[in-house]
Structure formats: structure tokens, C-alpha cells
Design a protein around this ligand. Structure first.
Ligand code: WTA
Length: 654
């Protein structure tokens, strides 16, 4: 699958004055080696593109490894970098956000309108008593008020923690409690597939479980008969008399801009903490390098702001660059499987940034749908979130880009803050290989190593690690420094462990090969197997659970659960129980975690010390007919025991 033929893009750029095409990647190579030779000087230069209240004293403080601090002594404000910087320029009356609804209604905000809304909402938050350092949970659908709320928090130095609006009340209250938020911002509802999802109801269920919450701000959209409780205030009422200008707080570079919860290998989601100065520097630079952003661009990033892609490349990066950002609230295939193409045509998007899962879904509906739209405004295509199959890459290139747009396959993580591996169309156009992430970005020291931390030879699969700190890196996990150290810095001494497999081919191109740990990527969404297992055992019929995934044509991976029933439930109709369990998971985690297959078994494959044999599960679920390298199990579990467990599960799958 690797080492594909090159796709030579020189034809696309042959008349371009701006981008000098070099098939050898000389300019990029030079920039990459300069950055790695003197990273501090390199990143210091990049940081000068931001607006600082106070220049930093030191680019990088590495004294307290792995708690790296970027631009120490510097002070800035994220909302000033996204808004105030454009307000005295020609961009003032240009659209900052174009919002599109599932029913094709649209709304737009110019930079000056966005500036005013953010200022007013920031003043309103202040009058609720929110101060610098306080945590504010945002549980909103994909409406412009979501970035407004984030930027308002940033303006006053409150740390926002956005919770994906598809998460359940349990997931919401877990996050509110972990971050100890004082305020939740929500809406009466969000729209998906023509239906209203009643978000305020979810918040009402979460609030009794979350004692730190003092106020719930409710955005009114559609419902008239919302019951307002004692902590609830309407968004439109609190901004009515709010002051139209709110002085931005002076924020230290190392002050957290936000916490974003993500799934890991343990049961509890981890609160990834991002800084202000380092994070924004990383975003500004990567958006320029990868997408070649200019303020003429109309950028359509299809992610939900509830995930990191939305934080970084819907909100902060495009606004810092003065681009126009399209936000879409709704499903890609509702009411018809043409929404993305319709939006590209309607708003003249110049860049489309989406997921392989969305592309695979569109491929299924055939070429005639995208072919019936004028997609000629597009100049660049991007993907993120999961490996893209070379066939899907080619479809994207031909059918959507009409062979006129390069594709940037961008690899990164919630923890990395911004893109780490990708082609860099803003630096130099290099030949592309469908399915390869191309190279690491300048300043990013990505290496593939073996179990002992030694770099592997070309074409050998190994672990992807990052050897040098980078400005967008997480600062820590919220209130869990130890877990931060253990998760990312212990497997290999002093270097960042990504959890992904990768390889470099003989041309030096990087291929991302999926997770090496217990993290799943279901339709591009990140879920932990242990998190799902706890959700299963919280159902009264389930004694034990083991979760794995199977490759899936549409979703990339789909969830498979092996469950041991409590004896009193053994006689219950299996189909009935399956349906109940699917609903239970949808309610406790959210619809993104809907299991693909559920099997009831008598016992789970466990090692002698009681650990679930994860590799065995994986090899069974991916259809392997041998037990392969699972025979080398630690803690003395015998091959016979493994084989027995393997046979039991095979019987269950049938
Ligand atoms: C996977 C999403 C292959 C990877 C921005 C990573 C990818 C995890 C790619 C992080 C890509 C992301 N090719 N795999 N282009 N991009 N991944 O935190 O396994 O939701 O570790 O961040 O997604 O997922 P997260």
C-alpha cells in the first residue's frame, strides 16, 4: 500500500508566480533543517506574527521536563489576535463567519460584528462574576454563538472547555466536574437530520450532578416552552445591557487558553490543557504553511467545534489570518447527500478540510451528485482524523478537485494542538503520494522508532514519536501532571509518545498506520476501549466487557463488544438485550459510540493477572485466522490458555 507512484502537481502550478514548484522539495528541506538546528530562533520568528502586549523573555523553558513552557514572560490575548487586529483594517466589513444550517438558511458575521458580539458577551460573563482562570463549559451546537462564547472567555482569561453537543448528560457532568466549571453555556436545542436535539434538557440532567455550576446561560433558538431553573439565564437577556467594549485581559503566554477532554487508554477522558502563546503561534504558522491561508480564503472545515480540529482550524487559525470561515450545523447527507458540495458552491469555498469518513460516505452515492455542482472555487483539499485510503484520496483528487487541487493529508492530535505532519502548500509544492502524510512540518522532529526507542530503517513499521518540544504541545492534563508524564513521556525517555504506528518509505515519505494503543477512531471520532467498557458494565445486565474494533468500510473502524452477562440475565432475549445496550451506550456516552456488533460470551480472554488480552481481541475482530504474535503474552499465560480464549471468541462471532 505504501510507496505509491508520485502524483506530480507541477501542472497545477505551472502558471503560478507565487509558488515555485520544486520536485525535490529544496525550499521545504532547507526550512526543515534550519528549524531543527535552531528551534528556538525558528519558533521565535514565527511568534512575531502574533500581536503581543509584552514580548517574551525566553522562547522555550525546558528546565522542568516535560512541562515545557513557551514564550515565557510574554503576554497576549487570543481574542485580540483573532479580532482586534483586523478591526482597523479593510477586513473590518468582511465576513468572518458564514453559518449554514441544514435547512439551507444562512447567517454571516463580519469581523466587526463578531468583535462586537464577543465584546458584549465577554462583558456579560464578567457581570456573572466570571474571572480570569475560571473554567466555563460550553455545550452548544454548531452556531456562531459557539465561537463567540469561546472568544469571549479568551477575552477575559476564562478557560473554556467545549463539550461536543452530541455527548450525553453523564459525559457532560463528568467534564464539568473534572474542570470544576462555574458556568455552562448551552442552547435550547441544536438541529440534526431535521430534528431538534434538546440540549437544555441534557444540561438539566447534568446540573444536579455538578455542584460547581453557578449559572447556566441559555441561547434561545427554537423552543418556546423551556423551563428556566434558578441558575438559568437567557443569553439574549444578559447581553442586552452589556457593555459593547470589554477591555481584553493581559494573559501570560503560559496561561491555559482551554481544556479539551479526549479519550485515552484509561476509562476516564483526559483534560488536555493548551497554552495561549505557544498554541496560537503553532496555529498561525501551520495554517500558513499547510493551507497557504490568505485573507481572501473562504475556508470550509467540516469538523465540529466540539473536537480539536474545530477549535484550531475553525476558530483560532482562520480568524487570526482574517479568512472567512464556513460553519455548518447538520449532517453531511441530510436532507440529501450533497450538503458539502452545495455549501462549497453556494459560498464559493476555496479550501475544503474534511474527514476520510465523510468522503467514503459521499463516494457511496456516486459521482453524479458532486458533478452536478460547480466546485471550481476550490483551490486546495485537506483531510484529517484518520488514515485516508489511497482510493479515497484519488476520488477526492479527481472528482472533487478535478485534478486541479493538491490534497493535504494532515496528521495531528488533540494533544499536539495543531498540524504536525502534512504537505505544506504554503511553502513549496512537492509531489504527493495518495495515502501518505508526506513530511513532518518545519520544527517538528517526528521519528519512527522500535520498541527500544531506536529509529527504524525505511519501510519498517514502528512507533511515531516527537523528539523535540513544539509550541502547540499540551502543557499537561488538567489536574493530573502525573498522568501527563506517564501517558506521553514514559514509554520512551524524554520523547513524546504519540500512540500511533507509522513508517517512512524509501523516498522519505511518512505513512500513518493507525493507533498502537487502546484508542479507537470511529468515523474519525476518538474513543477509548476502557471508557466504552465502563459504559457497558454500568448497565445492570452486564458483569464484564471487553471492547475492540474491526476495520469498517464506512467508518474506518467500528466497535465490537464482547460481554459477559450477569447470571440473572442469561435467559433474557439476546436481541432485546442488544437493543437495550445500544440505547444504553448512546445515552451514557453518545450516539458516536453506537456499537457495531455485540457478542455475549461466557468469559473474557484474560491474562493470568486479569488483564484483557487486547491483541487477541484485535486479531479476532480483524478477521485474522491465526493468533499471530499474541502468543507472546507476558505474565506467564500459556499458549493453550490463549488458544482456548481465541476459540471461545471465534465461536461467539460465528
Ligand atoms: C489519528 C484529531 C492518520 C491518529 C486531529 C491520531 C490520523 C488521532 C490523521 C488523534 C491522519 C489524525 N492520518 N491518522 N491524517 N489525523 N489521525 O485527538 O491516530 O481526535 O493519534 O485529533 O487521530 O485524534 P484526535
Amino acid at each position: 500500500m505504501t510507496n505509491q507512484n508520485f502524483i506530480d502537481l507541477s501542472r497545477i502550478y505551472e502558471e503560478s508566480e507565487k509558488v515555485k514548484v520544486s520536485l525535490q522539495g529544496k525550499k521545504l528541506d532547507k526550512m526543515r533543517s534550519q528549524a531543527l538546528e535552531n528551534p528556538e530562533q525558528f519558533w521565535g520568528e514565527q511568534a512575531k506574527n502574533l500581536i503581543w502586549f509584552k514580548q517574551w523573555d525566553k522562547v522555550l523553558d525546558s528546565n522542568d521536563h516535560p512541562f515545557y513552557k513557551w514564550f515565557v514572560g510574554g503576554a497576549l490575548n487570543a481574542s485580540v489576535n483573532c479580532l482586534d487586529r483586523h478591526i482597523d483594517s479593510d477586513l473590518k466589513n468582511k465576513a468572518a463567519i458564514i453559518w449554514e444550517a441544514e435547512n439551507k438558511e444562512s447567517r454571516s458575521f463580519t469581523y466587526s460584528q463578531l468583535y462586537r458580539s464577543v465584546n458584549k458577551f465577554a462583558s456579560a460573563l464578567k457581570s456573572l462574576g466570571v474571572k480570569k482562570g475560571d473554567r466555563v463549559t460550553i455545550y452548544l451546537p454548531m452556531v456562531p454563538e459557539l465561537p463567540i462564547a469561546m472568544l469571549a472567555c479568551a477575552r477575559i482569561g476564562a478557560i473554556h472547555t467545549v463539550v461536543f453537543s452530541g455527548f450525553s448528560s453523564q459525559a457532560l457532568s463528568d467534564r464539568v466536574n473534572d474542570s470544576n466549571s462555574r458556568v455552562v453555556i448551552t442552547a435550547d436545542g441544536g438541529f440534526r437530520r431535521g430534528k431538534l436535539v434538546e440540549l437544555k434538557k441534557v444540561v438539566d440532567e447534568a446540573i444536579p450532578l455538578s455542584s460547581s455550576i453557578e449559572h447556566v446561560v441559555v441561547l434561545k433558538r427554537a423552543l418556546n416552552n423551556i423551563t428556566m431553573g434558578p441558575k438559568d439565564v437567557w443569553w439574549h437577556e444578559i447581553i442586552e445591557d452589556a457593555r459593547p467594549y470589554c477591555e481584553p485581559e493581559i494573559i501570560e503566554s503560559t496561561h491555559p487558553l482551554y481544556i479539551l477532554y479526549t479519550s485515552g487508554t484509561t476509562g476516564k477522558p483526559k483534560g488536555v490543557v493548551h497554552s495561549t502563546g505557544g498554541y496560537l503561534t503553532h496555529l498561525y504558522a501551520t495554517a500558513k504553511w499547510v493551507f497557504d491561508f490568505t485573507n481572501k480564503d473562504i475556508f470550509f472545515c467540516t469538523a465540529d467545534i466540539g473536537w480539536v480540529t474545530g477549535h484550531s482550524y475553525i476558530v483560532y487559525a482562520p480568524l487570526m489570518h482574517g479568512a472567512t470561515q464556513i460553519m455548518y450545523e447538520g449532517a453531511p447527507d441530510y436532507p440529501k447527500p450533497d450538503r458539502y458540495w452545495d455549501i462549497v458552491e453556494k459560498h464559493g469555498a476555496t479550501i475544503l478540510y474534511t474527514t476520510p469518513t465523510a468522503l467514503r460516505m459521499y463516494i457511496k452515492f456516486g459521482n453524479s451528485i458532486p458533478n452536478s455542482f460547480d466546485l471550481s472555487s476550490l483551490r486546495l483539499l485537506g483531510t484529517v482524523g484518520e488514515p485516508i485510503n489511497p482510493e479515497v484520496w484519488m476520488w477526492y483528487f479527481r472528482t472533487i478537485g478535478k485534478e486541479n487541487c493538491p490534497i493535504v493529508d494532515t496528521w495531528w492530535q488533540t494533544e499536539t494542538g495543531g498540524i504536525m505532519i502534512s504537505a505544506c502548500t504554503g511553502i513549496e509544492i512537492v509531489p504527493m503520494k495518495p495515502g501518505s502524510g508526506t513530511f513532518s512540518l518545519p520544527g517538528i522532529d517526528a521519528v519512527v522508532v522500535d520498541e527500544n526507542g531506536k529509529p527504524v530503517t525505511p519501510d519498517k513499521k514502528g512507533y511515531l514519536v516527537i523528539r523535540k518540544p513544539w509550541p502547540g504541545m499540551l502543557m499537561t492534563l488538567w489536574r493530573d501532571d502525573e498522568k501527563y508524564q506517564n501517558t506521553y513521556w514514559r514509554k520512551f525517555d524524554n520523547i513524546y509518545f504519540t500512540g500511533d504506528y507509522a513508517l517512512y518509505d524509501t523516498d522519505g515519505y511518512l505513512w500513518l498506520l493507525g493507533r498502537s494503543d487502546d484508542v479507537l477512531k470511529i468515523a474519525g471520532h476518538r474513543l477509548g476501549t476502557m471508557e466504552l467498557e465502563s459504559a457497558f458494565v454500568s448497565h445492570r445486565a452486564i458483569a464484564e466487557a471487553a471492547v475492540t474494533s474491526r476495520p469498517d468500510e464506512k467508518k474506518g473502524e467500528s466497535i465490537i463488544a464482547f460481554l459477559v452477562l450477569r447470571t440473572e440475565f442469561a435467559a433474557v432475549s439476546e436481541q432485546q438485550l442488544r437493543n437495550q445496550l445500544v440505547n444504553h451506550i448512546r445515552e451514557t456516552v453518545g450516539p458516536i459510540a453506537t456499537p457495531g456488533e455485540i457478542y455475549f460470551v461466557n468469559k473474557l480472554p484474560k491474562t493470568r493477572s486479569g488483564k484483557i488480552m487486547r491483541r487477541l481481541l484485535k486479531s479476532i475482530s480483524s478477521g485474522s485466522s491465526t493468533i499471530g504474535d499474541v502468543s507472546t503474552l507476558e505474565d506467564g499465560t500459556s499458549i493453550e490458555e490463549v488458544r482456548q480464549a481465541y476459540d471461545d471468541l471465534h465461536k461467539a462471532i460465528g
